[in-house]
Design a binder for this molecule. Sequence first.
Ligand SMILES: NC(=O)CC(=O)C(=O)O
Length: 310
Amino acid sequence: MASVIGTILKKPVKIALVQLLSGSDKAANLRHAASQVARAAAGGSKIVVLPECFNSPYGTVYFPKYAEPILPLPAVKEQAPSYFALSAMASENNIYLIGGSIPELNPSTKKIYNTCLIFGPDGALLSIHRKTHLFDVNIPGKVSMRESDVLSPGNKVTIVDFPEYGKVAIGICYDIRFPEIAAIAARKGAFALIYPGAFNLVTGALHWKLLAQARAVDNQIYVGMCSPARNLDSKYHAWGHSMILDPMAAVLAEAQEGEAIIESELNEDRILETRRNIPLETQRRLDVYPDVSEGQVAYEDPDLLGQVLN
Ligand SMILES: NC(=O)CC(=O)C(=O)O
């Protein structure tokens, strides 16, 4: 069976989730994000996470208007303000930054993605994750969204190595409803699953915490879900309640709906203890069902192949 061999988390690390209040002014959102990331870093966190669509309002009408290129980077820096702002936040604060998500425009295909940029402490781009499962749902009278009207999906599982600590897997919002990504990441040795996400008041109340706990308990690793703060002036009201869970699915930290920074220290002992006490890894019946982490798993989007990230 596929099993994680060796160290999962090399040393304890403090993580902060920034539940940011964003509005319609992109430049102001970037400035505000920078100030909150600096606050989180000053508190000792070495991994800092921003929410989904932190530089724009969330909604299909906004994605084309706010989208900007990231790969290849335009020669004119002003055309990719979010990329450069995020890179500076990482390097100025000496942190790993999981940059929530931004609407991304691929200049050659004209496709738009909902994309998370992940930077290292030197400000170099380590990876990107494009939302893989688009939020196309209709709960009559309650929530209706068709992201696929304007967005294209990403095509890979994103597992990023933070050399000082270990591997972290990234999904965006609706991605959390698909347990395969989480299972693959855990079996490939990730110590945490991080989901920038903007659930709404209907599905947030019902499923946000449930899904976070499900992914933690199934995979016995840390889970972080980072929401925007609820902005009642915007059309889409985010659920908030950013949270960090441990490998037993206990909630270590939780925000309410307003702006907040939540933080926790993650350590390997907690993962190992959970796996020792409830040894799912050695009890899995891969003679009865297939292992989703084996076989043909895409780790790169075809249009990212050959691109130099740093
Ligand atoms: N907004 C999302 O992508 C997902 C969501 O709100 C949900 O799954 O519910």
